[in-house]
Design a binder for this molecule. Sequence first.
Ligand code: IPD
Ligand code: CA
Ligand code: CA
Ligand code: CA
Length: 282
Amino acid sequence: MTDLWQNSMDHAVAAARRAGQVVQQALQDDRKVMTKSSSVDLVTQTDQRVEQLIIQSVKEKFPTHRFIGEESVAAGEPCVLTDDPTWIIDPIDGTTNFVHAFPFVAVSIGFSVNKQVEFGVVYSCLEDKMFTARRGRGAFCNGEPLQVSHQTDIKQSIIATEFGSSRDPEAVDKIFSSLRNVLCIPIHGVRGAGTAAVNMCLVASGCVEAYYETGIHVWDVAAGSLIVSEAGGVLMDTEGGEVDLMSRRIVAANNRTIAERIIREIDPFSPTRDDAPSKSSQ
Ligand code: IPD
Ligand code: CA
Ligand code: CA
Ligand code: CA
């Protein structure tokens, strides 16, 4: 498709950069921390403010577009993906990192049409890295093209994952049993940046071979998934087969060999929180 979505993407890049400045500024101030579904599911006024700033700026320019934003959904907006042009926003991916000033915090903006992500923007604001991808046009970091790792031997790989926010011992056991299987392949190591979006950008950059997680939401992975695939990587469901961005689980890898090996080792349903899929409609 010609330059139909280029204006929207330019707007997303500018909005993500402005949002990143707000996040960085907020790191200088006291951060008032609130909780959502549990005592470890954190949110701050900055998450809410940044999301509103992005949504307002988009509404002014593209009044017919729809939104799915993490904090709007938390406030009761529906989380439904339709065929309409939709901005999928995670205002701060890595809120726990932000609260602790752990230096990986991202603003993630995906844009989907007909339920297909057309562009993705992830701004890792404390590193000042702007990751972008447009469908069919490659992935970039600060304008430089990205390419996934060429490694096909999982034993020579680093795999990224996260521990989620469930502290239910049974759920934690499941996460650790998957992790144990992966680690004991054996692989070179396990990493986790504390943000799904940055983990996916690390796959796209070739620094880690794969990232997997269950319990994620569409706003965690919409932008990152396109950045991975445009950098030459693959996306799969944790049960195998095609990924559905609303299904709350994902394997993003440099290639199918690595993805399929991970899928063999993990429990596809190990919940990191409540595991209910979000809705897609039409
Ligand atoms: C979380 C981060 C984290 C991942 C969780 C996400 P948030 O997003 O991406 O790395 O493990 O699944 O919910 O709440 O910081 O936007
Ligand atoms: Ca997130
Ligand atoms: Ca968030
Ligand atoms: Ca959150």
